[in-house]
Design a protein around this ligand. Structure first.
Ligand SMILES: [Zn+2]
Length: 257
């Protein structure tokens, strides 16, 4: 079974002391492809290096809304330049989006998000979207910008209708550890109804620990457990789901199988 973690912060310090053994433990659980999204200029060079060292590591370049400050505007030209010079393993722009739960000025968030949507359009790249209580505004911006290269709505939690609005714009839905919690009833019911052809798996490591692992850092090797939860919600075999989401993940990022 081949598994794809479409969203893990595998470049964070917590994994770096013994990165090779961290990677090996993911491989041992069948996780054979990874996409690492950027959080900002601090990790752009690092992930390029990681992808150079490991052919199964792909990455995205972008600015996470949580980490923006006034300097971020000045860094946009560098981001654009790096995207223009990207190699094959840079497969998306992100993670980017809007987050109404953090104390970062919303005007700044929107400005930086809109620029990244435009960069993705000019590079014909998909987007990795971060969205917290901002679904309607993000949909509005994507429509205004006539964005057409799809991508992933990462860390989905919400209603069926919200997910379908992104699917209609060409996005896949990133399913993570939230579905392992029985109390996440709304999200679980949404996932039951969403088309399996539009779902991908992600851990968001080291964040979003699974049910039963609270307080511990999450790890890409946990993808198999998210797969198990998805299989039981969908009433399908793990094998069947694994094959479909593998295809979906590669297709979301334009990676050859
Ligand atoms: Zn993330």
């Amino acid at each position: 079974m081949r598994l794809f973690d479409t969203h893990c912060h595998f470049d964070f310090d917590i994994f770096q002391d013994d990165f090779d053994s961290q990677l090996k433990s993911a491989h041992e659980q069948g996780v054979s492809r990874f996409v690492i999204p950027s959080i900002g200029s601090s990790n752009w060079a690092k992930m390029h290096q990681m992808a150079t060292d490991h052919t199964d590591i792909y990455y995205a370049l972008g600015m996470h809304p949580y980490f923006l400050d006034q300097q971020s505007i000045d860094e946009l030209p560098t981001l654009k330049e790096l995207l223009n010079q990207r190699g094959n393993q840079c497969v998306a722009v992100g993670e980017c989006g809007l987050d109404s739960m953090v104390e970062v000025d919303m005007t700044l968030q929107e400005k930086v998000f809109i620029e990244q949507v435009r960069f993705a359009t000019s590079c014909q790249l998909p987007l990795i979207l971060h969205c917290r209580k901002t679904h309607n505004r993000m949909l509005q911006i994507l429509k205004q910008e006539k964005f057409q290269y799809g991508g992933i709505l990462h860390g989905f939690s919400g209603s069926y209708q919200q997910a379908m609005q992104f699917i209609e714009l060409g996005f896949f839905i990133g399913v993570g550890g939230v579905i392992t919690y029985p109390r996440a009833n709304k999200t679980r019911q949404a996932i039951v109804r969403l088309p399996i052809e539009k779902l991908v798996l992600e851990t968001d490591s080291p964040d979003m620990p699974l049910n039963g692992y609270q307080g511990k850092p999450n790890h890409p090797k946990m993808i198999g457990e998210i797969l198990s939860s998805l299989a039981s919600l969908k009433g399908m075999s793990k094998q069947t789901i694994a094959e479909i989401v593998w295809k979906n993940s590669n297709s979301a990022f334009g990676i050859c199988e």
